[in-house]
Design a protein around this ligand. Structure first.
Ligand code: BTN
Length: 258
């Protein structure tokens, strides 16, 4: 029955004192046969990466650096095959749910940012390597937990800054994130982004907002079935699809790229 397969995230785990990137290790582990839900974490990353070739600052014990191997093809009893484009949005939504006990105000800035009070608390980087027609997919998640300062991002925040005196440990954040992710990924791998769109919309930081996309000022008017952002010049009509670019909320200062 669709949706009846529980996603056993964290069923197998590896923790490292230091890695170049947990995504590197998880992709290698996936290639070597790691099961769906296998998790890799590290205390620090020497070459943590974000979207569009950016660096992800990963100081020791400062944040959660987590990568999860995802191999849903053949696991879920459904004819639907995952629409990989929406995976990052599903992961963001699950991470937000996991963090909600601490930061219920957290919002999702399409496509991959988790914002708290307008500042970036975390990000998601999904990467794939194809073997024939089936990809090895890895969901990489970075959450700023204990950092008080940031090397390269003036618009970042952390749980420690958002919750002075009440910051959870990285281990507590890890368990909460895995719990938040499991039901959302279950829904996504069963029925696609469409199934989680209402919840995604409820937590969107961009819907209805004025944005700049590729140098144009537009309004975010919706999300397509595959998770693409729909924008229009005047906030009316169907507008057009945005698939991979960065979007900037107009209310944000034009800061250096995340
Ligand atoms: C972004 O905001 O651009 C995405 C950041 C993703 C960072 C995480 S940390 C764990 C995993 N390993 C990496 O090298 N990147 C992701």
């Amino acid at each position: 029955m669709p949706g009846s397969v529980p996603v056993a995230l964290g069923c197998v785990r590896e923790h490292h004192a230091e890695l170049t990137s947990t995504n590197d290790r998880a992709l290698a582990w996936a290639r070597a046969g790691a099961v769906h839900g296998a998790c890799v974490t590290a205390d620090q990353q020497t070459a943590g990466r974000g979207r569009l070739g950016r660096r992800w600052d990963s100081p020791s014990a400062g944040g959660l650096y987590l990568s999860i191997v995802l191999r849903p093809v053949g696991l879920y009893a459904t004819n639907w095959s995952p629409d990989w484009a929406g995976l990052g949005l599903a992961v963001g939504l699950g991470v937000r749910a996991g963090l909600a006990a601490w930061v219920p105000q957290a919002k999702l800035k399409w496509p991959n940012d988790i914002l708290v009070d307008g500042r970036k608390l975390g990000g998601v980087l999904c990467e794939m390597r194809w073997q024939g027609t089936v990809p090895d997919a890895v969901a990489g998640i970075g959450i700023n937990v204990a950092q008080q300062t940031f090397a390269s991002d003036l618009q970042a925040t952390s749980l420690a800054l958002a919750l002075p005196g009440a910051c959870p440990t990285v281990g507590e954040v890890l368990e909460a994130v895995l719990l938040g992710l499991a039901p959302v990924l279950d829904q996504f791998f069963t029925a696609g982004f469409r199934a989680i769109r209402p919840e995604y919309i409820a937590h969107s930081a961009v819907l209805g907002q004025r944005l700049t996309v590729a140098g144009r000022v537009v309004t975010a008017v919706g999300f397509d079935d595959d998770g693409a952002l729909r924008v229009s010049a005047d906030g009316h009509g169907p507008g057009w699809r945005v698939e991979a670019e960065d979007v900037w909320l107009l209310a944000q200062a034009p800061a250096p790229p995340y």
